[in-house]
Design a protein around this ligand. Structure first.
Ligand code: MLT
Length: 326
């Protein structure tokens, strides 16, 4: 293999600045951050490694433009924006760094829960307009309420653990419920149950599932009508997990879900406008759940270690549980 200086890397997403510096010192690095498909296809054409997060689509069409591609590094956990089957067929390795993004997303879920329950962002908007509507800004306590976790995996179970510490009754469901998983959740203060029970009983319904064919539009009109009256929905998973039009309609009717906090959206990226912008009972953030800088530092470090191991031919010795995709 040629020296590292010849390894051609594409940075397709914004990652930790110190990691960028260290990659640039070692490899031939090109930047095409959140590029639209045509520019991405051009930028990737002579590259051997690509590093990306959410916000960029690594489709089969894009990957076909990169005949020398050997390694895809997902600096995070979600795989919904990568055609993993195509990569596998082409013998391209796909790895990810999921571990370090669980904590920032879990902590941010609480930022969203509290913003929503106590109308923090709404209060901030109103006070900046010269209003002091104290009497209209009452909200709900978390203690004693039911927290429903859909997808009690790495992130969801951490959220559940935090909810338990706040004095909440925590229910969780997983795609493959088994007795050991139930026991593991129980030890963290989470009662394992099924999706429908969570939908019916949660005061706060938090979504932490990956987006795939089973979870697309998981929260649709029918689910929304079965949610508890006055409940609040937090989506930290992917926009496609919630049918946004159905949510809009349900929030407008106001018979079940009373508000939503959405960090992820069906359409994301600079210039996109959420259909929820006019609603005071919706908190919107631009997919920043994992954006704790300390965590991004760790994710960047780990990505750099894995890239180096791959190009030195020792990836399989270095890779840890959860990092191998293809
Ligand atoms: C992830 O899947 O790791 C998160 O959505 C963060 C991201 O990549 O932007």
């Amino acid at each position: 293999m040629e020296g590292n200086g010849y390894v051609k890397i594409l940075l397709a997403s914004p990652i930790d600045p110190a990691t960028i510096e260290s990659l640039e010192a070692t490899y031939d690095v090109r930047h095409a951050v959140n590029a639209e498909p045509r520019l991405l296809a051009e930028a990737i054409s002579d590259r051997e490694t690509v590093v990306l997060r959410s916000g960029v689509q690594l489709t089969a069409e894009v990957l076909k433009q990169a005949p020398d591609m050997k390694l895809i590094v997902r600096a995070g956990s979600g795989l919904d924006n990568i055609d993993v089957n195509f990569a596998r067929e082409r013998g391209i390795r796909v790895i990810r760094v999921p571990g370090m993004s669980a904590l920032p997303v879990a902590e941010f879920t609480f930022a969203m829960l509290l913003s929503l329950a106590r109308k923090v962002t709404l209060a901030d908007r109103l006070i900046r307009q010269g209003h002091w509507p104290k009497a209209d800004l009452g909200g709900a306590l978390l203690r004693g309420k039911t927290l429903g976790i859909v997808g009690a995996g790495n992130i969801g179970s951490l959220v559940g653990e935090m909810g338990h510490a706040w004095g909440m009754r925590v229910l969780g469901c997983v795609a493959r419920p088994t007795a050991p998983v139930g026991q593991h959740l129980f030890e963290r203060g989470i009662t394992m149950t099924d999706f429908d029970t969570i939908v019916a009983e949660a005061d706060f319904l938090c979504l932490h599932v990956p987006l795939d064919n089973h979870t697309r539009n998981l929260v649709d009109a029918s689910v929304l009508t079965r949610m508890k009256p006055g409940s609040l929905l937090v989506n930290m998973a992917r926009g496609g997990v919630v049918d946004e039009q159905a949510l809009l309609k349900q929030l407008d009717e106001g018979s079940t879900v009373a508000g939503a906090a959405l960090d992820v959206h069906e359409q994301e990226g600079e210039g996109t406008m959420s259909p929820f912008v006019e609603l005071p009972n919706v908190v919107l953030t631009p997919h920043i759940g994992a954006m704790a800088l300390d965590s991004q530092r760790l994710i960047g470090d780990r990505a750099a270690v894995l890239i180096q191991a791959f190009h030195e031919g020792r990836l399989d010795e270095e890779i840890q549980d959860g990092e191998h995709v293809a």
